[in-house]
Design a protein around this ligand. Structure first.
Ligand code: COA
Length: 260
């Protein structure tokens, strides 16, 4: 397994946990860390020994407290655009990953941290988690997808409120708004994330990949989502998973999907 400067990787029971490991900086995302996350996710996507991915932060205090603000100083407009575009590529690779990706939000998820969590397919929050997009305090807007994915997840009105006020919200509010799927006690966070992946592991991996691609198509302005669904639905027919799933139903047994 690869080793990284700012990430800890652990595979257990075919689930990869990526822990962002700069706790003395509240796991702030410097360029190196973002690049490492992109590399780790890309490798996991292609690794037949991995069924799902959990992304979390080291320490008790923070998931990720944002992009590393110390790298912002003396950045030209063009350099800032490159930084944003590079981050977008990595976050998009998480959003489009063919394996399920769950954010286990253990503390502060601010700015780029909230954006990282939102690029994951699902979010589980510790009761101590805090979410926010405080970029306006820095004279900035979010640069890693926050203006788009927050609207997608919680709607324009609440998204504008959080983005314009820089308010920080707790796990309960985040859950009520649909920003997180589930809240757990801090000690149960990783178990709950693994349990969520465990449920997904029981169903067809080909269909799960199709779900992710087709739901993402809804948000792609260049794609007709319903037409994409017609195509993807049709492509499911005749796959090994389809054959197994339908046969198992007809034979009144549980399906066993093969992973490769
Ligand atoms: N970028 C760089 N460093 C960061 C950081 C960030 N986004 N967030 C925290 N840190 C660093 C602090 O500078 C500090 O480093 P130091 O010990 O070398 O001085 C360390 O992490 C601990 O943070 P600190 O601010 O002392 O902790 P706190 O408990 O007092 O406050 C926060 C916690 C999250 C409220 C505060 O750190 C904060 O506001 N962070 C920035 C959040 C933000 O604006 N994110 C969006 C960036 S686009």
């Amino acid at each position: 397994m690869m080793t990284y400067q700012n990430l800890l990787l652990n595979i257990h029971d075919r689930i990869l946990t990526i822990t962002i490991n700069r706790p003395d900086k509240l796991n702030a995302l410097n360029r190196k860390t973002i690049q490492e996350i992109g590399d780790a996710v890309q490798r996991a996507d292609q690794n037949i020994d991995i069924d799902g991915i959990i992304i979390t932060g080291a320490g008790e205090k923070s998931f990720v407290a944002g992009a590393d603000i110390s790298e912002f100083q003396n950045c030209t407009n063009e350099e800032a655009k490159t930084m944003s575009a590079d981050g977008h590529k990595v976050f998009r690779s998480i959003e489009t990953c063919s394996k399920p990706v769950v954010a286990a939000v253990n503390g502060f998820a601010l700015g780029g941290g909230c954006e990282l969590a939102m690029s994951c397919h699902l979010r589980i929050a510790s009761s101590k988690a805090k979410f926010g997009q405080p970029e306006v305090n820095l004279g900035l807007i979010p640069g890693y997808g926050g203006t788009q994915r927050l609207v997608q997840l919680i709607g324009k009105g609440k998204a504008l409120e959080l983005l314009m006020t820089a308010d920080m919200i707790g796990a309960e509010d985040a859950h009520r708004l649909g920003l997180v799927n589930k809240i757990t006690e801090p000690g149960e966070l990783l178990n709950e994330a693994a349990a969520m992946l465990g449920k997904i592991r029981k169903v067809s991996p080909i269909a799960v990949d199709g779900i992710v691609k087709t739901v993402n198509a809804y948000f792609d302005k260049n794609v007709d989502g319903l037409a994409f669904e017609v195509e993807t639905f049709g492509e499911c027919f005749g796959t090994v998973d389809f054959t197994e799933g339908v046969s198992a139903f007809m034979e009144k047994r549980k399906p066993e999907f093969v992973r490769s």
